[in-house]
Design a protein. Structure first.
Length: 121
């Protein structure tokens, strides 16, 4: 009997120093960047919301995760010292440095939708 966990492919791209430029800065579409750390319960708490957002906005917005424990220089470069921090990057520039949300259901999605709408105005 196969006891391998049933893994579902993730719509979220994992980024680090090796692919950050390609996946985030050179992306043709806006990018939601989730800066997270190990042992961060709130970071784990938004994982499901980010997966849903990545699936819902596929082709319009890219969602990426950056582990700041493993890539501290990138987190510092973007002034990220609290986790989780969710940022919006468009055209290689930070459009929204820290998307504000609370941990209520739907809050992160609403905040991201608002941030994306601000790009069009």
């Amino acid at each position: 009997m196969d006891n391998t966990p049933n893994e579902h492919p993730s719509a979220i791209v994992k980024v680090d120093t090796s692919n950050f430029s390609e996946e985030v800065l050179q992306s043709a579409e806006p990018v939601i960047v989730d800066f997270w750390t190990n042992e961060c319960e709130p970071c784990e708490g938004i994982e499901t919301d980010l997966e849903q957002i990545a699936t819902e906005f596929a082709g319009k917005v890219k969602v990426v995760k950056l582990n700041a424990d493993e890539n501290p220089e990138l987190a510092a470069q973007y002034g990220v010292y609290e986790f989780p921090t969710v940022a919006l990057v468009k055209g290689g520039e930070v459009a929204v440095a820290d998307i504000d949300y609370d941990y209520e259901p739907g809050s992160l999605r609403a905040s991201i939708s608002e941030a994306l709408a601000s790009l069009r105005t």
